[in-house]
Design a protein around this ligand. Structure first.
Ligand code: FAD
Length: 247
């Protein structure tokens, strides 16, 4: 396989999503990088090196649509891990115009083929925390392409303030996407939340009773992904209609 090029990208803007999550919009010149929605890349920062002198590299899902490349950017949505979070803490100290090096794309198993050979009856997306990042790439792609079948998103996070892409999700709803939100933490006084309480996996059984030709994409932490995959296996959904990514 040909070696992938490392592409130097300036940070065009930093979009705060939640107290611990930012989206980094990286400038990518025409044709310098290509990918399919759902894939990830390896990111590094110039002169941010390991003790052995090699770059600190981490995998990040590309959170924007391949169609956004025509406007010269791609997005990475990165949670600040906090104590011990080596790369994520470092990038959260970055400023606009700083350089991020990207290499890829990677991840052939988890991607949206568009247009598909045959449309499913419905696209289902199930995400938790920053696992919504590659799902956003897919949903943006479907909406920009004018997808002719319904799109449904199940998204879980801890507290009301942890909702990533809150404003964009409202725009998706206006465009017809069915959105089901679930929080696993408590609601503070003065906060309004109209979704469900509990883990995102707990709202699936009532809303997805059977297989009717849906195609499902799941992303989140390993325990959530395992539980969600088991839910679809038990219905059962055909294996080839369930796609998963975890970190
Ligand atoms: C395919 C893929 C896609 C991903 N996409 C995203 C994404 O879109 N957004 C996102 O935010 N993340 C994503 N990740 C996760 C990302 O790659 C990093 O793992 C994450 O940002 C943490 O990196 P870090 O360098 O900050 O933390 P690290 O330094 O790697 O540490 C990670 C955690 O391990 C703990 N830790 C580290 N070293 C030790 C040790 N020696 N002993 C015990 N605990 C330790 C740290 O405390 C921390 O909690 C993805 C991962 C994969 C594999």
């Amino acid at each position: 396989m040909a070696k992938r090029e490392v592409v130097e990208c300036p940070i065009l803007s930093i979009i705060p999503e939640t107290p611990r999550v930012n989206t980094y919009r990286l400038g990518v010149g025409g044709g310098a990088f290509s990918f399919m929605a759902g894939q990830f890349l390896m990111a590094s920062i110039p002169d941010f090196l390991r003790e052995d002198g090699r770059p600190v590299r981490r995998a990040y899902s590309i959170a924007s649509s391949p169609l956004d490349l025509m406007e010269g950017y791609l997005d990475l949505t990165i949670t600040r891990v906090g104590e011990g979070g080596y790369f994520s803490n470092r990038i959260h100290e970055s400023k606009v115009d700083d350089i991020v090096l990207i290499e890829g794309p990677y991840g052939k198993a988890f991607h949206l083929a568009y247009p598909p050979e045959r449309f499913p009856e419905r696209y289902l997306f199930v995400g938790s925390g920053s696992g919504i990042a590659p799902l956003r790439a897919m949903i943006r792609t479907l909406l920009k392409e004018g997808c002719p079948v319904p799109i449904e998103l199940f998204y879980g996070y801890r507290y009301v303030s942890d909702c990533i892409y809150e404003e964009e999700i409202k725009e998706w709803m206006k465009k017809g996407v069915s959105v089901h939100l679930a929080i696993s933490g408590s609601v503070s006084s003065g906060q309004v939340f109209s979704g469900a309480y509990g883990r995102v996996t707990s709202i699936l059984p009532e809303l997805i009773p059977s297989y009717n030709g849906q195609e499902v994409f799941i992303c989140g932490p390993p325990a959530m992904v395992e539980q969600t995959v088991r839910f679809f296996q038990d219905i059962p959904f055909p294996e080839e209609s369930v796609h998963k990514e975890q970190w």
